[in-house]
Write a protein that binds this ligand. Structure first.
Ligand code: NAD
Length: 500
């Protein structure tokens, strides 16, 4: 490690928050859970920093009942849209007000750089909640002409109404804990729904604080509930609960399929934001320096724990060696250390288990014949660090090319022509993101049309915006979050037809 892990001294507000006996947030207050406590770790040191409740099925029942009561009492959904908007804007202001506390908690709990916690977890969440607040006053249906032929002479006028889908069960991962909570809560609330949120067991803390801020903002008790706990127990109990109307899930494809199956049994609506294996496609008119810098950012951002991480690099043969050599140099130069020093560019992975999973992939790549140009060797000592790793001499039969690693590991391959790279880019079960690096507009647009991915970026990677629909093709998911598209996830369409 470039820097010794010394104990970070959190602010008094953060220390007090970590020391709390956290319960679930149900019906507008913290309530103790019925089960045991779950430890919460600091990934930079491996030490326990807090404890949360390990939610039982009975805890989930209570939270769903509170959300149902809040939905049926109509206090939120029948509130004037302008008031829902105002309250959501207030929530954004409170997240901003408490931004430094939330950022510190996130860095201590998730491991990521304090700069990312401030800029993305807090900064993007604030902007996203504010953006979604605006949709509360802009939900609309249509008026439609109909051609109903009977009885002769009858006249009709038809319209569609968009109504809140109801009680939403939201299950989120650990890679961007506060952002993921905001991505679920803000559109659901803008549409008039109520929510039971289950954060990931690794990173439950900022969601609990966000729920308190919802109450402070004026969101009625029971509209936002948070139940902490493990996936296979608490999460599964929520996904199969007959009392929810919709399940909104972000996480792995494997778990997403279980969620979908559970939802279908009750005909609960569901949307899934799942895994990825996103290609970075570099054509040979690009400078190798620009390409290497872009590829490094595409994979090493947030330690590669990004659903759209650019984990497969395809470089046109003429510049392949130059690009991968520079990329390996960039990977080796990244400074490794805890997230609370913003000078550190590679921070720990979220958990010991995840570190072992990622290093297992690197080993499997080497065993299958990959050559390691950078990283690869295990990090000794405390904390869940993995060195940024660049693999070459890889092909599409290898696990490191086919499976989502979700860590700082990139597999680089050469290609000759556009058809070949389009075929390779699509030779995956995923379809979340892709980037194309070139200055040739014809080639760019040809590839944009061929690549099967929910988001395609040109001369950039990982661009996400509140106004841009986001989601996956193929096994990367069902549905689109963000933008106007998010309203489809949290409303039902009701057709109304008047005879006159
Ligand atoms: P995960 O699927 O293991 O867990 C996600 C959530 O589901 C957690 O809250 C977990 O507790 C819960 N869960 C686990 N098993 C469950 C079950 N049987 N029933 C109900 N809930 C269950 O994923 P993770 O390891 O936390 O996150 C990494 C994954 O998330 C990656 O695959 C990544 O690509 C994906 N992800 C996708 C997006 C996107 O928008 N597409 C964004 C971020 C992360």
């Amino acid at each position: 490690m470039d820097q010794t892990v010394t104990d970070f001294d959190p602010s008094p507000a953060v220390r007090a928050f970590l020391a709390r006996a956290h319960g679930h947030f149900i019906g507008g207050r913290l309530v103790p859970g019925g089960g045991a406590a779950l430890p919460v770790y600091n990934p930079a040191t491996g030490q326990v920093i807090s404890e949360v409740a390990d939610g039982t099925a009975a805890d989930v029942d209570r939270a769903v009942a509170a959300a149902r009561e809040a939905f049926e009492s109509e206090g939120w959904r029948r509130m004037r849209p302008a008031d829902r908007e105002r309250i959501l804007v207030r929530l954004a202001e409170l997240v901003e007000r408490d931004g430094e506390t939330l950022a510190e908690i996130e860095t201590l709990n998730q491991g990521k750089s304090i700069a990312l916690s401030r800029g993305v977890e807090v900064g993007h969440s604030v902007e996203f909640i504010r953006y979604m607040a605006g949709w509360a006053t802009k939900i609309e249906g249509s008026t439609l002409d109909v051609s109903i032929p009977f009885p002769p002479g009858a006249q009709y006028r038809a319209m569609t109404l968009r109504e809140p889908v109801g009680v939403v069960g939201a299950i989120i991962p650990w890679n961007f804990p506060l952002v993921m909570a905001a991505w679920k809560i803000a559109p659901a609330l803008a549409c008039g729904c109520t929510v039971v949120l289950k954060p990931a067991e690794e990173t439950p803390l900022t969601a609990l604080r966000l729920a308190e801020l919802c109450l402070e903002a004026g969101i009625p008790p029971g509209v936002v509930n948070v139940v902490t706990g493990r996936g296979e127990t608490t999460g599964a109990a929520l996904a199969r609960h007959p009392g929810i109307d919709k399940v909104a899930f972000t996480g792995s494809t494997e778990v997403g399929k279980l969620i979908g199956e559970a939802a279908v049994r009750n005909m609960t609506r569901f949307s899934l934001e799942l895994g990825g294996k996103s290609p970075v496609i570099v054509l040979d008119d690009v400078s190798p320096d620009v390409a290497a810098e872009g590829a490094a950012a595409a994979i090493f951002f947030n330690q590669g724990q990004v659903c759209t991480a650019g984990s497969r690099l395809y470089v046109q043969s003429r510049i392949f060696d130059q690009v991968v050599e520079r990329l390996a140099g960039a990977a080796q130069a990244l400074r490794i250390g805890p997230g609370w020093d913003p000078a550190n560019q590679i921070n720990p992975l979220v958990s010991r288990r995840h570190k072992e999973r990622v290093t297992g992939y690197i080993r499997s790549g080497a065993e299958e014949g990959a050559r390691i140009l950078a990283g690869g060797d295990e990090y000794a000592g405390e904390g869940f660090f993995v060195r940024p790793t660049v693999l070459v001499d890889v092909d599409h039969r290898m696990k490191v090319v086919r499976e989502e690693i979700f860590g700082p590991v990139i597999a680089a391959m050469p290609f000759d022509d556009l058809d070949e790279v389009a075929r390779k880019a699509n030779d995956t079960s995923f379809g979340l993101g892709a980037s194309i690096w070139s200055n040739d507009h014809r080639k760019i647009m040809a590839l944009v049309g061929k690549v099967k991915a929910g988001s395609v970026w040109v001369n950039a990677h990982n661009l996400v915006d509140a106004n841009l629909p986001f989601g996956g093709f193929k096994q990367s998911g069902i549905g689109r979050e963000m933008g106007r598209a998010a309203l489809d996830l949290y409303t039902e369409t009701k057709s109304v037809c008047f005879a006159y």
